[in-house]
Design a binder for this molecule. Structure first.
Ligand SMILES: Nc1ncnc2c1ncn2[C@@H]1O[C@H](COP(=O)(O)OP(=O)(O)OP(=O)(O)O)[C@@H](O)[C@H]1O
Length: 125
């Protein structure tokens, strides 16, 4: 890696590139939109049920975890398509593994959501 001098301007630019990544995610990745809608719904449910600070910590971590894994999955999908636009068994394995990462993160978030919200919803019923 090149040894460059530290520059505030360059750090600010890096933030810009990262925000551009978020823009690409929302514009091009349909699964990310689904996760975003789920995240907004959970935040609204958290406000409605007035969940505790610890519960907000768990919910925030779950949301951040799923979106982060979704971003990594999208990057892997894009690099895979760039390297091999044609069908390839190794690319299939790589993409399926990345998709499994998203599935695991979403299931983890679902379990956290169920633990927090089922008792609160059951009181209403
Ligand atoms: N180049 C390829 N070679 C072999 N299999 C592929 C290839 N591209 C995709 N696949 C298979 O198709 C599945 C879906 O790939 P795709 O890139 O469409 O992911 P997706 O999650 O459905 O994408 P999207 O984010 O567009 O919904 C992969 O998990 C893999 O099994």
């Amino acid at each position: 890696m090149k040894q460059n001098k530290f520059s505030i301007l360059k750090r600010i630019k890096s933030f810009g590139f990262a925000f551009n990544g978020l823009k690409i995610l929302i514009k091009e990745e349909h699964n990310a939109r689904v996760h975003l809608i789920a995240a907004i719904s959970v935040i609204l449910a958290g406000l409605y049920f007035d969940i505790t600070m610890m519960e907000w910590l768990a919910v925030s971590f779950a949301i951040g975890f799923v979106i982060t894994i979704e971003i990594i999955n999208s990057a892997i999908e894009n690099i895979s398509d760039f390297i091999s636009p044609e069908k390839n068994d190794s690319i299939k394995k790589i993409k399926d593994l990345a998709a499994a990462g998203v599935l695991m993160s979403a299931l983890t978030a679902l379990v956290i959501g169920l633990i927090i919200f089922i008792p609160k919803i059951s009181i209403l019923i």
